[in-house]
Design a binder for this molecule. Sequence first.
Ligand code: MN
Length: 498
Amino acid sequence: MKPSAKKSERIEHAIEVAKSAHEGQSRKTGEPYIVHPLAVQKILEEWGMDEDTIIAGILHDTIEDTDLTLDDIRHEFGESVAFLVDGVTKLSTARTGMRDIDTYLPATKDNFLRLMIALGDDIRVLIIKLADRLHNLRTLSALPPDKQKKIAKETLEVFAPLADRLNMGLLRVELADLAFKYVDPKRYEELKSLIEKTNKAAEKSLNKIKNEVSAALKKEKIHFEISGRVKSVYSLHKKLAKHNQNINEIYDLTALRIIVDDITDCYLTLGIIHSLYMPMNGRIKDYIAMPKQNGYQSLHTTVITKDKHVVEFQIRTHEMHEYAERGLAASFYYNEQKLTENYKKGKIEHLPTNLLWITELQTTAARLREGKKVDLKKLKLNLFADKIFVYTPKGDIIDLPAGAMPLDFAYRLHSEIGDHVVGVKINGKMSNLNKKLEQGDIVEILTSKNQTPKQNWLDKIFTPHARSKLMRALNLSARSAAGENIDKTKKHRKPRTK
Ligand code: MN
């Protein structure tokens, strides 16, 4: 964290401006209103955000709730702060119903998508909104029950997934658990005591395991920190729903987290754990070599101890841990200078590749504003589908959205391969073109130069990318069948307008 002993003059000034603007207003909790913007400021500072974002956080409710105007803010604090405050104001969905967005956004009931597009301009708007939402949830008990439910539900549906998308793990857990308590209080208490009971029961054996692992790691001279990780109530709730409420199928209820100095030590630690305990089949996940789509990195393994306890281990470096907990906010901290510069130029290309979806979002938002057509389905797929990683026979990793099939894989490699598919081997065995690919599959595409693309392949395709390639190939062959002379070597010919 940056030394914050001396607050910047601009921040002090923003606090004065906000104080006098909100003078006389109070919150439902009975406190003076200024408590809220100051709490948002504190959250943003904890997340390590840049000064403009913090100032915008302090001023985020002034346009909507006070006499202060956007011009005032621009005049006092500059264009960047004004832009951020304006963005947050437009986003306050609960009160203004996204009126602005409706004017250019095609009809979609998907609030998540609407919000994402509205955010396309500057992701820092979202970070302020998340800080705002977090404080509102922390103080939700002051609101009437119907409002509590509404805000809590929206948090579970929109804001917690967003925090996850940004890999802000700590925030996601806090938002989800705070909200779930209001959405389903009975279930919340049930699960919370279930978790406590399980952890209490596991405590003794967990300590034993901790000691065994610690001793083994010390022997190998690995520097490490080891601690228990408590599963959040809401994520347990969601997992139970997926597993028919069978608690015996939840293997990560008890987990130990080991933080080490570098990646080599991560793999060494994994090896040491597997030499101590029996790993469970299919439960080893290498999110270091293959990070989750939000950039999350860690090694996960579930083991069974000699006295039959099932324990999950999560192994990662300090950096990975920082990123897992603070996500986008963490990279803002590290890249602060660069970010500010690039935002001024309208670029955010230095974001880590796993956050490049933000760039895509910006492009989409800009296109919508210009009244251009946008394929929302495709955007949604790209933004939200979970990824799987599969391999070519040579071992190259290809990432595809979960649900992808062999033709998606083939078209991803090359359209020449896609167009000539006659069959597929998955993990060495002949398989069908409509088989969904699984994480880690080795996929070998069989081709023949006499093969031509088939109309019914459209049912065996999942990704928009492969679909558009196949459509193009089908059009070409239809037209060549109709006697048109077509030069097939032109890959990027524009489709003719009708
Ligand atoms: Mn607010």
